[in-house]
Design a protein. Structure first.
Length: 269
């Protein structure tokens, strides 16, 4: 099997003595090296009142028999993060006989109630080294460990389309990470809808059991109705443990088909 790699031609500019020279990667020359970060945008999650870290990879299209060191800098005019909230190494090394170098960016929860932006870049002026993208945006975001028991209680629900407003009660389910929600969709205050928080406290995604195991109520026209998330177009359901807000996206399914998608935002009272 043949694998074909398509390299985009990138134009880059190097400043020297007040004048700009242009280096273009042609994708064929053995004397050129294309450098780039592995992603244009990253997220650095920082635990509330604690720290977090993010690995950022610098890729090279070639391998060298010696270490290659590149300077790393913060673009302050494109960053909103306070320097007290992050630590960025001054250099990144691509080891000999490798085409990847990893720098670890650390985040600290200092005034991170609102997400902040950190923009970093690497510099090169060696002959034959050009870059596809020498800039990466890092969203520094405060996250709180997700604990099932801390989510128990009474919630104000806002459902769209609508909007509809009602009250939902969250109770402990049989499984350690199971929440049982009473009155989802505001059709029966005694209904019991199961959702599951991740066993990883840093994972904010909420999952559902198979829809036939998640009976909601008996519809007067269509019979048994279930909470269903099989539609790939639905956004993931999630929890923000810092604000105790749960966001659910699902459809209600009956034997004849499914109702329109619903988004329910639950805010703990």
């Amino acid at each position: 099997m043949k694998t074909i790699f398509k390299l985009l031609i990138a134009s880059v500019f190097f400043a020297s003595c007040g004048e700009a020279d242009t280096a273009v990667y042609d994708g064929t020359s053995d004397s050129q090296t294309l450098l780039s970060f592995s992603n244009a945008v990253y997220t650095l999650p920082v635990l509330v009142n604690a720290t977090g870290e993010l690995e950022v990879t610098l890729n090279s299209s070639t391998v060298s028999n010696v270490d290659r060191v590149f300077n790393i800098s913060v673009i302050s005019e494109e960053s909103s993060a306070d320097p007290a909230t992050y630590s960025v190494p001054s250099t990144v090394t691509i080891p000999a006989n490798s085409n990847k170098g990893v720098l670890v960016v650390h985040g600290m929860d200092v005034g991170l109630e609102d997400p902040k932006v950190l923009t970093i870049s690497f510099a090169t002026n060696a002959d034959g080294q050009v870059f596809d993208a020498n800039k990466a945006i890092i969203n520094v975001t405060q996250v709180c460990p997700v604990d099932r028991d801390s989510l128990l209680g009474t919630y104000a629900a806002v459902e769209t389309p609508g909007p509809y407003n009602y009250t939902v009660i969250a109770e402990a389910g049989d499984a350690p990470n199971e929440l049982v929600l009473r009155n989802i969709w505001d059709v029966d205050p005694n209904s019991r809808t199961s959702v599951f928080v991740s066993e990883d406290p840093n994972n904010t995604v909420i999952t559902f059991p198979p829809y036939l195991d998640n009976f909601l109520y008996v519809n007067a026209t269509y019979g048994n109705a279930y909470v269903d998330v099989r539609d790939a177009a639905l956004d993931p359901s999630s929890v923000d443990a810092c604000t105790n807000v749960i966001t659910l996206n699902f459809r209600v399914t009956v034997a004849a088909g499914s109702f329109d998608a619903s988004k329910v935002v639950l805010t703990k009272q």
